[in-house]
Write a protein that binds this ligand. Structure first.
Ligand code: ZN
Length: 169
């Protein structure tokens, strides 16, 4: 289990101690007198369809070649649905019509727990896409087309396979 070896508040080295209600020992800061549970980032990601599920939105960002789903980190104190709405608005200028939680996946490289959603939007216009955050946003008309656009073996590919049956035929 990954945990911060040092207290994020005072910087002291943590030690493992038994903690009531937990089956494993938990990092503890002696100076603060508090347990420090595993620290990780939490982000939201969404497969974003138009209203009739005939098109799926993906985007290219940060100069990358392959497409990915709309995603963003949850800020402290924010709930996942609020973060999702905020990211949709910031990146695409879109408001969700329906929001459905799908599943979570841990991404070790960035120590991030990704909460995957499925959303639909009424507006299909890509005019409001953020010029600074989005290199290119595209509607994909089929699973096959979208599959070609993502990195093989990525979390994006897994989400794509998960939502493939939703594509209207
Ligand atoms: Zn401390």
């Amino acid at each position: 289990m990954i945990f911060n070896a040092y207290c994020h508040v005072c910087g002291s080295a943590l030690e493992l101690r038994p903690c009531e209600g937990e089956s494993t020992e938990i990092p503890y800061c002696v100076k603060c007198g508090e347990y420090r549970f595993a620290a990780f980032n939490v982000a939201v990601c969404t497969a974003l369809f138009n209203s009739d599920y005939s098109k799926l939105l993906m985007m290219r960002q940060y100069g990358r070649e392959k497409y990915n789903f709309l995603a963003g980190y949850i800020t402290q104190g924010e709930d996942a649905e609020t973060a999702l709405k905020r990211e949709m608005l910031e990146e695409m200028g879109m408001y969700p019509e329906k929001i459905e939680y799908l599943y979570s996946a841990y991404f070790q490289k960035s120590n991030t727990l990704m909460l995957n959603f499925l959303t639909t939007v009424k507006t299909e216009s890509l005019e409001q896409a953020s010029k600074s955050e989005v290199d290119d946003a595209q509607w994909f008309n089929s699973f096959e087309q979208a599959y070609e656009a993502v990195i093989k073996g990525s979390l994006a590919e897994r989400l794509l396979k998960y939502v493939a049956p939703r594509f209207a035929r």
